[in-house]
Write a protein that binds this ligand. Structure first.
Ligand SMILES: NC(=O)C1=CN([C@@H]2O[C@H](COP(=O)(O)OP(=O)(O)OC[C@H]3O[C@@H](n4cnc5c(N)ncnc54)[C@H](O)[C@@H]3O)[C@@H](O)[C@H]2O)C=CC1
Ligand SMILES: O=C([O-])CC(=O)C(=O)O
Length: 326
């Protein structure tokens, strides 16, 4: 990899996810241990002082790879010439809310930032949307950046993927990285579908190793879908370090590859798997040489079809709710 500095925009820099994310990026966890980075940090005017405090802490870590930090409340300044963008900044939910309840508060942010991305970013920049509801916010961002490649705008379902991997590994008595071909389909919401149908461990089918279909349907799927809520109830605030870690995993694999394994990414649908074109839906992808390819031809029948249709139905409703911004 070249040693020219990579510019990375991060929005919501004063927030709790970024309090973990920024330090990991500066440490080289995204672009690698030989790649210098510059951070372009965006937050609201009233949060600028808090961002300055975070930057003091970044300085105090003396990260050898961190070459420059910009602090701004102007999206165009933040997205100027970026190689990658982490779109975290937006309101989190509190107890009793669903992520889709955030749509009215957060959708406008992504319309404005889409226009700035369109004007300022490099055309090959890689973008991940974390701010909820992440899938539909990513669709709004892409729709408002017509000259920026939609394929480079993605949303995060990797946290759900990682959550499921740990539960599956515990149940099967294997290591998380031994599980291959697992995927989370659809929306980052309670309708998401954690699909073990094709998952394998050393060439053996994971459903056969675990051998407990009711655990899969009645425990694994709902627990993964409700994990964000469980964390809010336990912590009094939504997940932060694990969300930052998932964003790092998503971007790291997109840049460096997924070693032939499936990872879950929400990308703009090409119409395959019965997902209407343009919806940002979690699908299995394989990352290689700095890009991702959808895994094609995965059989989706019976229970899996019902689950996929349910989450796609919800994404379709969310798209209708924000049609004025698209
Ligand atoms: N996709 C996923 O798996 C996950 C998504 N999230 C979502 O990530 C988002 C951020 O979460 P936290 O960091 O915990 O929230 P937080 O409230 O701690 O931080 C949010 C930050 O965004 C800033 N912000 C708000 N509007 C902005 C704008 N227009 N431009 C730039 N910055 C802006 C705020 O000032 C604040 O500093 C929330 O929407 C949360 O629901 C959280 C966990 C997982
Ligand atoms: O649940 C939330 O609001 C935060 C989030 O998206 C998650 O932890 O999955």
């Amino acid at each position: 990899m070249s040693n020219q500095v990579k510019r990375i925009a991060v929005t919501g820099a004063a927030g709790q996810i970024c309090y973990s994310l920024l330090f990991r990026i500066a440490n080289g966890d995204v672009f690698g241990p030989d790649q210098p980075v510059a951070l372009q940090l965006l937050d609201l005017p009233q949060a600028q002082n808090a961002v300055r405090g975070v930057v003091m802490e970044l300085e105090d870590c003396a990260f050898p790879l961190l070459r420059d930090v910009t602090i701004t409340d102007d999206p165009k300044t933040a997205f100027r010439d970026i190689d990658a963008g982490f779109f975290v900044g937006s309101r989190p939910r509190s107890k009793g809310m669903e992520r889709r309840d955030l749509l009215s508060a957060n959708a406008e942010i992504f319309r404005v930032q889409g226009q700035a991305l369109n004007e300022a970013a490099k055309r090959d920049a890689k973008v991940i949307v974390v701010g909820n509801p992440a899938n539909t916010n990513a669709m709004i961002l892409a729709a408002n950046a017509p000259d920026f490649p939609t394929a480079n705008v993605t949303a995060m379902v990797r946290l759900d993927h990682n959550r499921a991997l740990t539960q599956l590994a515990k149940k099967a008595g294997v290591k998380v990285d031994e599980i291959k071909k697992f995927v989370v389909w659809g929306n980052h919401s309670p309708t998401m579908f954690a699909d073990w149908t094709h998952a394998e461990v050393n060439g053996r089918k994971l459903p056969e190793i675990i051998g407990d279909d009711s655990w899969y349907r009645e425990t694994l799927i709902p627990e993964v879908a409700r994990r964000g809520t469980a964390i809010i109830e336990a912590r009094g605030a939504s997940s932060a370090a694990s969300a930052a870690n998932a964003a790092i995993d998503h971007m790291h694999d997109w840049i460096h590859g997924s070693n032939g394994d499936w990872v879950s990414m929400a990308v703009s649908s090409d119409g395959s798997y019965g997902i209407p074109e343009g919806l940002m839906a979690g699908v299995p992808v394989i990352c290689k040489d700095g890009s991702y390819e959808r895994v094609t031809g995965v059989p989706v029948d019976g229970f899996a079809r019902e689950m996929l249709d349910r989450t796609v139905g919800e994404l379709t409703e969310e798209r209708e709710a924000v049609s004025a911004l698209l």
